[in-house]
Design a protein around this ligand. Sequence first.
Ligand SMILES: CC(C)(COP(=O)(O)OP(=O)(O)OC[C@H]1O[C@@H](n2cnc3c(N)ncnc32)[C@H](O)[C@@H]1OP(=O)(O)O)[C@@H](O)C(=O)NCCC(=O)NCCS
Length: 137
Amino acid sequence: MSVHSSPVASEPRGELASRIVAMPANINPSGDIFGGWIMSVMDVSGGITAARIAAGRVVTVAVSRMVFMQPVKVGDVVCCYTALNRTGRSSITLDVEVWVLRHGQEPRFKVTEAEIVYVAVDAAGRPRPVSAETAPR
Ligand SMILES: CC(C)(COP(=O)(O)OP(=O)(O)OC[C@H]1O[C@@H](n2cnc3c(N)ncnc32)[C@H](O)[C@@H]1OP(=O)(O)O)[C@@H](O)C(=O)NCCC(=O)NCCS
């Protein structure tokens, strides 16, 4: 199925983890925003949510189901939403959605989504259990 023919939810899932304006410094040679920058924003935004759930340091271990549905333009307000999919012993799996407001104006629409897995780690970078108190099950 084409990404253009996929049904698109009209509302973001999860919490608003970050908002940032897409700047000219982040364009690709075609003049749209570079996908790698969007991926970086998604990773950082998911990391904020995962670190809260893990009550401490996390690292990114896997990214999957990354789909770029529509281009992001300079001046778009890029809003990153995170929703908890599951927690394991040390892992936290989030759905991360990017929605934009063209030049900050409605309507808001989804441009990118992915699933990102984070792992709670100790000071030495070794996996540690996700706290049962902070992690929703
Ligand atoms: C993340 C890391 C600490 C895991 O170490 P590890 O030796 O694989 O540890 P484990 O086998 O105990 O796995 C830990 C958890 O990660 C999960 N995991 C490991 N590899 C995974 C993968 N490819 N996809 C999804 N989950 C994965 C495991 O399922 C496990 O989850 P659980 O504890 O909830 O059951 C290690 O791989 C690492 O340091 N990676 C680099 C992270 C990093 O630098 N990220 C930034 C990249 S720029």
